[in-house]
Design a protein around this ligand. Structure first.
Ligand code: ARG
Length: 468
């Protein structure tokens, strides 16, 4: 480790920090990930300083060239990151100053406090763009599986008890809707975070004539009409981490959705259900039991949601007691933020790939979907169509279920005469109600699992998801 005094200590401090203190306070071991945004922000800052006359052209160009060379080194894995330089910002600035004396002018009108706020907003903006693309592919994978097997039905469950038949495409489309809301939440998060903090300085702004609007526009902090969006309060700008909270909250909701999907897949792939077959490439074996094929990807998707939820809690607790404005505690915002982004993005990608390599076991699903008890509600609806009040119809069908149970037969083995004895409004064609395909066709209201409805939703979503 280099023992010369790092830039943030020069002048005021007598010597290098204690080694343990340095190790305890450094962040470059994790915030090095912000290098791209840090360099883009610094190049824009140097250009702005030139525009307002604080850098001459040669200085501006030397800074830009130096930063680009450093970016090349980092990209190639050849950059000597130094823990004694604390963080990504100081590492890059020190390397720049070693290349060109103009580097010593780069930090004019800037603090690491507004710099790190800028870098994180830009980093998250990039992550959100990538995540949105991946979420779209996950939606497409779900719609794709539904479209490959649109007519496979299975029992739908409440209380994990068989309730009514549903198309599995309909079941998947439920998750497509959830993910659509997740994407909206992230889009709103992006909208609110896209405000430029640069110019806030350490906390109070600057006495220099910084052109905040110019740099905001330069770095893409603009509204839908191209007007620059700059933070309107310097104290808020350096200490606000709402954007990280909103992202982690949105990600926690997404992770819960993914976890529920994963749980459905785990259940479906058990021998007891057997509704889904996952390609071998996306399952794992047991080190002991040779027959096992385990849905580990789904289990880990479920398990990792715990950390994503925990990261939101970490961040909330980190922030709740901080006095204004910047406090070093804020450096601890990065690990939960990075971990959340990495975890949800990896989970979304692998679930999409797994669904692309899965198919429903139509035979097993059909056998389960044909359970006549699933259509008990349809029997009650038959009576309702004959003018019978629903409560009375519900009671009559309940009596029929009890009768079948007494006789030890399934509901569709009762005769039309049995039904007529239970309620006179059951007609001679009552047994036709147990025709599953007919029952599915009859569900015609918006959002129901009816045959035409589900086909329509599959078409709508596949069109909607065709283009980014
Ligand atoms: N590494 C710091 C962080 O991530 C950068 C800002 C440090 N500012 C300061 N005044 N020490 O929060």
């Amino acid at each position: 480790m280099n023992t010369t005094n790092p830039p943030a200590r020069s002048g005021r401090f007598a010597g290098a920090p204690n080694t343990d203190a340095g190790q305890f306070t450094e962040s470059v071991s994790f915030d090095w990930r912000l290098w791209r945004q840090d360099i883009a922000g610094s190049i824009a800052h140097a250009r702005m300083l030139h525009r307002i006359g604080l850098l001459d052209r040669a200085e501006r160009d030397a800074i830009a060239a130096g930063l680009e060379a450093i970016a090349g080194e980092i990209q190639a894995g050849r950059f000597p990151w130094r823990a004694d330089l604390e963080d990504v910002h100081m590492n890059i600035e020190a390397a720049l100053t070693a290349r060109t004396p103009a580097g010593a002018k780069l930090h004019t009108g800037r603090s690491r406090n507004d710099q790190v706020a800028l870098d994180m907003r830009m980093w998250l903006r990039d992550e959100l763009a990538a995540l949105d693309g991946e979420l779209r592919l996950l939606q497409r994978a779900m719609v794709g599986l539904g479209q490959r097997q649109p007519s496979v039905a299975a029992p739908g469950y409440t209380h994990l008890q068989r309730a009514q038949p549903v198309y599995l495409a309909h079941h998947l489309l439920a998750y497509v809707e959830m993910v659509a809301r997740d994407r909206q939440r992230f889009a709103q998060c992006r909208e609110r975070l896209n405000v430029c903090p640069l110019g806030a300085g350490a906390l109070a702004g600057s006495s220099l004539p910084l052109d905040r609007e110019w740099i905001a526009r330069e770095l893409g902090f603009v509204d839908s009409r191209g007007k620059p969006r700059t933070a309107q309060n310097s104290m808020d700008a350096v200490s606000d981490r709402d954007f990280a909270l909103e992202f982690c909250a949105g990600a926690a909701i997404l992770a819960v959705h993914l976890s529920r999907l994963a749980e459905d897949i785990v259940i479906w792939s058990s021998a007891e259900f057997g509704y889904i077959r996952i390609d071998d490439a996306y399952t794992t074996g047991s080190s002991l039991m040779p027959q096992k094929k385990n849905p580990d990807i789904a289990e880990l998707a479920r398990g990792k949601s715990g950390r994503v939820i925990g990261n939101l809690m970490s961040l909330l607790v980190l922030l709740k007691g901080l006095p204004m404005t910047y406090n070093r505690d804020l450096q601890e915002d990065k690990k939960p933020l990075f971990d959340t982004a990495d975890t949800v993005r990896a989970t979304v990608r692998i679930l999409a790939a797994m669904l692309d390599h899965s198919r429903f076991d139509a035979v097993r699903c059909d056998a389960a979907a044909k359970d006549p008890a699933l259509l008990a509600t349809d029997l009650a609806d038959d009576l309702v169509r004959q003018g019978v009040p629903f409560r009375e119809a519900h009671h009559a069908v309940g009596a029929a279920v009890a009768r079948a149970e007494q006789q030890g037969v399934s509901l569709d083995r009762l005769t039309a005469a049995d039904f007529a004895r239970i309620h006179p409004r059951f007609g001679p064609d009552v047994l036709a109600t147990f025709d599953l395909a007919r029952a599915m066709r009859q569900r015609q209201s918006t959002g129901s699992t009816g045959t035409a409805q589900v086909r329509r939703q599959l078409r709508l979503w596949s069109r909607r998801l065709a283009k980014p």
